[in-house]
Write a protein that binds this ligand. Structure first.
Ligand code: ITT
Length: 203
């Protein structure tokens, strides 16, 4: 079976391929680099799930293959859940990770540690060419520190300390990709999706 992951992020493709292999799903997972003729959809949704579904349906229609898409971001309690769906373009330009992180730190200013709670959230959507759809979710709770730490990960990882494992004080940029996948919002959403995937395939 061929499947498409609606992303240009090669890291996400590798991660999902590994998860599919782990749960024994025999499928060939293609990234959008295999479909250069398919245009990106504009992410106009107000929730992660809405954006993931928009992307998955567009790609399932364009390729006539089962399509998976995810949308994710960081929600900060004291900011009412922002940056949320705007995480990738919080400082204005899509994907400017360093500027996004610096703006967020500036906005938090001197907010004390007990009010620096946040969580990453991910929605992973599957859409079939016939219009069938389902969404799976994952979250990674933690808190924001005052100075970036660590060179791993991407995005807001250097300023985010996950609650897991218990007593953890390392940022999500200071742990290995395997450690992060085991607890991350995207890891959880992708693992749940992978476990349910056989129900949707081979029809
Ligand atoms: P797509 O092509 O898959 O859409 P993207 O870079 O837009 O790739 P997302 O929509 O999943 O990726 O991520 C939105 C933003 O949320 C991302 O740019 C980061 O700023 C932040 N983010 C999401 N997951 C993160 C993680 O695990 N660690 C750090 N930041 C993350």
């Amino acid at each position: 079976t061929r499947l498409v992951l609606a992303t240009h992020n090669a890291g996400k493709v590798t991660e999902l391929r590994q998860i599919l292999a782990d749960v024994g799903v025999e499928a060939e997972l293609l990234g959008m680099d295999s479909f250069p003729e398919v245009a990106d959809v504009v992410e106009t949704g107000v929730t992660f799930a809405a954006n993931a579904l928009l992307k998955a349906h567009a790609v399932a229609q364009a390729t006539q293959l089962p399509a998976i898409a995810d949308d994710s971001g960081l929600a900060v309690d004291v900011l009412g859940g922002s940056p949320g769906v705007f995480s990738a373009r919080w400082a204005g330009r899509h994907g400017d990770d360093l500027l996004n992180l610096q703006l967020l730190l500036a906005q938090l200013g001197d907010v004390p540690d007990e009010h620096r709670r946040a969580h990453f959230a991910c929605a992973a959507a599957l859409a079939l060419p016939d219009g069938t759809e389902q969404v799976w979710h994952g979250t990674m709770p933690g808190y924001l520190i005052r100075e970036p730490r660590g060179a791993g990960g991407f995005g807001y990882d250097p300023i985010f300390v996950p609650d897991e494992p218990e007593g953890n004080t390392l940022s999500s940029a200071e742990i290995t990709p395997e450690q992060k996948n085991a607890i991350s919002h995207r890891g959880q959403a992708f693992r749940s999706l992978a476990a349910d995937l056989p129900k949707f395939l081979n029809t």
